[in-house]
Design a binder for this molecule. Sequence first.
Ligand SMILES: [Zn+2]
Length: 217
Amino acid sequence: MVEQPGRKLTPREQARREAFQALRERMRAQGYQEVDLMVDVVQANGMAVVVMLPFLVAAAVLFFAVNPVKELHIPLSGMVLWLLAFLMLMVLHEAIHGLTWGLMAPHGFKAIAFGVIWQMLTPYCTCTDGLKRWQYLLGGLMPTLILGFGLAGLATVQGSLWLFSLAEVMILGGGGDFLIMFKMLRHPQKSGAVYYDHPYECGLVVFEPANGDAPAA
Ligand SMILES: [Zn+2]
């Protein structure tokens, strides 16, 4: 298991870590094999730019094709409002992860937890229930689909550069999520596999039936 050096877990994270270790024992006893698909947070931030660059450029090309910009000046009041909107969107991003996973998780919203990696100033959402591959994928991509691509579409229709700049930042902010989802998609699908978001780190853990068939739960 990859541990962030020096990262001190909160009591809630410690509780989730213990619950996860118990789950790991149970799954192993049932004949599952564990595959860790973790992403290093520092590395993820750099890679996020590379991964999202084609989307950022495509959105910008579309926006400026529809809205030829004559005036790039945004007043100070607009910038303060921008910062407030950005902070709200960051919270909303995590809330959408929670909402999407919570609607599909066997224990519903009881399985959803939030936290912050303070060293990286990175808020996160996690789901303590096991999910199917497509469910994990959908919950992972949904915030960026709505607040990144959706907002970029709205900004383009409205012709609002202010809104569009927020959308671009939200697309960039989805880089870590996309990186995790790419890593998951590169890992071959195995029937009966259960997908768990890591309880306090960046990435996921897949439990796969060792013999290829789903063991009796
Ligand atoms: Zn996210």
